[in-house]
Ligand binder design. Structure first.
Ligand SMILES: [Zn+2]
Length: 65
């Protein structure tokens, strides 16, 4: 698993979190990442990898602006 970049808003430490989602008879795990300092968060993704990629993408994107 890759490395999480720091929060684009406050430079705080991000944390990977997951939870179970029940949809009828289907149960799945979704993943999201949030900042432990300012609580900025991304959407929920089906895999850790997708969540991490989304967080890092936003992180670098925001910084380049
Ligand atoms: Zn933050």
């Amino acid at each position: 698993m890759g490395e999480l970049k720091e929060c684009p808003f406050c430079g705080g430490k991000p944390k990977l979190s997951n939870r179970l989602v029940v949809n009828g008879s289907e149960v799945k795990t979704v993943y999201h990442i949030y900042c432990t300092k300012c609580l900025a968060a991304i959407a929920e993704y089906d895999t850790e990898f997708s969540a991490l990629a989304a967080w890092n993408q936003r992180s670098s994107h925001e910084k380049n602006n």
